[in-house]
Design a binder for this molecule. Structure first.
Ligand code: YH5
Length: 278
């Protein structure tokens, strides 16, 4: 059923396509869907394995987006990418109606930072049979970075993902469909994020494919002292560490650079598996 990830090179690179109006700052030269397709086409040419389309900003402090607006942002972008490019689309949404609409338009993965906790989301996801990324978070985007606190962050993140996976299986979602995501930056301090990256092998060891998103996030900004537009090298380094620790998919903004990093990781891994024949 979840055949796409099996055919995908591992680690795979997922490029972020924002279908939010604030990310289209060309002064109206292109329409939003055209601009998103142009972005996606450049990513495909650079060797991306997935594109992740999202119409709701889940950045710290972001306001919620009304359902109709999310549909209006995301559907034309999915349609245009499906019409013009041959790349699997992951849909970053928590809204069951958006999941259904995306499934009808031919998406290949549901990426829900709220792990199908919204009313009706499990039923919507169950009907689609698509792979589903579940993610740990503490709090809601508006307030999640106010005062994140954990006893043992690794134990709490793994505990949440294992519990949620068990609940979803009990609700009729096949375990084979799930991916795990520790949720970097979602209700976590720098120390929490670094501990999770340092221990990513322990999350990978739970047995599900692991997706991570650290690209341009404040953990990279805090470590490097760089503003968001200068975080590419730190982001590629973070993605490379995650890939070396067994992440299956890295969700990134800087696709060409991360594709090369993924190629390096794959090459070393392939060499290792052939060490005794030359
Ligand atoms: C994720 O980790 N993240 S949206 C704040 C930034 C930069 C980027 C400048 N969707 C994830 O990318 N889905 C987002 O500061 C995600 N995992 C999954 N599965 C947030 C984002 C960002 C936030």
């Amino acid at each position: 059923m979840i055949d796409l990830p099996d055919q995908m090179p591992s680690p795979a690179v997922m490029g972020v396509i924002n279908a939010t109006p604030d990310s289209f700052s060309d002064g109206g030269l292109f329409s939003a869907p055209e601009q998103a397709v142009a972005q996606a086409r450049a990513m495909v040419e650079a060797g991306v394995d997935w594109v992740d389309v999202g119409g709701e900003s889940t950045r710290p402090g972001a306001a919620p987006v009304p359902l109709q607006e999310e549909l209006d942002r995301v559907c034309p972008v999915i349609e245009a990418i499906r019409a013009e490019l041959n790349v699997p689309i992951s849909l970053d949404t928590s809204a069951p109606e958006v999941m259904r609409a995306g499934a009808r338009l031919g998406i290949s993965m549901l990426n829900d930072v709220r792990s199908l906790e919204r009313e009706g989301a499990v039923a919507a996801a169950r009907q689609t049979a698509l792979p589903i990324c579940i993610m740990h978070r503490q709090g809601e985007p508006a307030t999640m970075q106010d005062r994140p606190e954990y006893g043992d962050v690794l134990e709490e993140v793994v505990g949440y993902l294992d519990r949620r996976a068990a609940e979803l299986r009990a609700e009729g979602i096949n375990g084979d469909r799930l991916l795990y995501d520790p949720g970097f930056g979602f209700g976590k301090t720098l120390a929490h994020n670094l501990t999770l990256l340092d221990n990513l092998e322990a999350i990978v060891a739970r047995g599900w494919p692991v997706l991570v998103g650290m690209s341009r996030k404040s953990m990279v900004g805090h470590v490097t002292g760089r503003p968001v537009e200068e975080r590419m090298p730190g982001s590629v380094a973070a993605a490379t560490m995650a890939m070396m620790k067994g992440a299956a998919i890295v969700r990134v903004h800087d696709v060409p650079e991360t594709v090369d990093a993924a190629r390096m990781v794959r090459a070393v891994r392939d060499q290792g598996s052939h060490w005794n024949n030359g």
